[in-house]
Write a protein that binds this ligand. Structure first.
Ligand SMILES: Nc1ncnc2c1ncn2[C@@H]1O[C@H](COP(=O)(O)OP(=O)(O)OP(=O)(O)O)[C@@H](O)[C@H]1O
Length: 255
């Protein structure tokens, strides 16, 4: 499924959070949203996810305006993991994962053997085999993040919207997650802070600053030494890789 934002504005009171933001995520692509703190990444993801309405412009899923699609149809096709997953909920890991199957079950239908099997396979995939009965609130930040992403994948979405999915993950799991997302047939839009990781795994990058798109395109086109210095205020050595990918070595400009 293709995801597009066209000229999206988002304002709260007199504050402009997004100004005429345009994004195009072709089917199956992995798009990285990059930008400094407060540049509008989470705000844009919330608008794409339908959690907030744009004040101008529109979001299209394939060729249809998101607001014209029934809620349940969107829930089946678009999965979201925000930065603010509740941490105190008194649930087991299996309960949390089963939330991902709700859009696929008839209303009020009980959990079936197929759901239980899928939950255990999802835990295997997340490297947390056998954790069904662990309490959600007792998990570490990284474990919780891995379960939240597994829940989103259990939804079998066409589109996955992820706000800083590598936050809390150790290095090995960061690589594993980005590689899995890049391989998956699903369209991914993910806010990321790690420029090197984004440069290696994303098909496209949208670079935001102060609620505006500064550049968009392949990592090689967007993540240049100049743009990184201008937007992030750090020095960078950018090394070209295959297919428009880049490796990035960052350094402080202060030294
Ligand atoms: N409810 C609100 N009222 C006023 N300003 C807000 C509100 N929510 C967000 N903002 C502001 O909008 C801007 C964009 O925030 P957003 O969370 O989208 O940034 P971000 O790029 O995701 O940042 P980070 O990297 O820190 O997560 C910030 O300056 C933030 O303070």
């Amino acid at each position: 499924m293709r995801v597009r934002a066209q000229d999206v504005d988002r304002r709260i009171g007199a504050t402009t959070l997004l100004a005429s933001v345009t994004l195009d995520a072709p089917p199956g692509s992995t798009v990285g949203l990059l930008g400094p703190n407060g540049s509008g990444k989470s705000t844009l993801l919330r608008v794409l996810a339908g959690l907030d309405r744009p004040d101008g412009g529109r979001v299209l899923l394939d060729e249809t305006d998101r607001t014209a699609l029934p809620r349940r149809a969107v829930a089946r096709r678009v999965a979201v993991v925000t930065q603010h997953e509740p941490t105190e909920a008194d649930m087991t890991v299996a309960d949390v994962l089963l939330l991902g199957r709700i859009p696929h079950r008839p209303l009020l239908a009980p959990v079936g053997a197929d759901d239980v099997h899928r939950v255990s396979a999802a835990l295997d995939g997340a490297g947390l085999a056998g954790w069904e009965r662990r309490r959600w609130a007792s998990l570490s930040g990284g474990e919780r993040q891995r379960v939240a992403i597994a829940r989103a994948l259990l939804q079998e979405p066409d589109v996955l919207l992820l706000d800083e999915p590598t936050n809390h993950l150790d290095i090995r799991h960061r690589f594993a997650l980005l590689a899995d997302l890049a391989r998956a047939p699903v369209t991914v839009v993910a806010a990321l802070h790690d420029l090197d990781l984004a440069g290696q795994y994303c098909d496209r990058i949208v670079l935001l600053a102060a609620g505006r798109v500064v550049a968009a395109g392949t990592p090689a086109r967007v993540l240049t030494e100049e743009s990184i210095a201008e937007v992030f205020g750090v020095g960078a050595d950018v090394m070209p890789g295959p297919g428009g990918r880049v490796r990035i070595l960052l350094r402080s400009l202060a030294v």
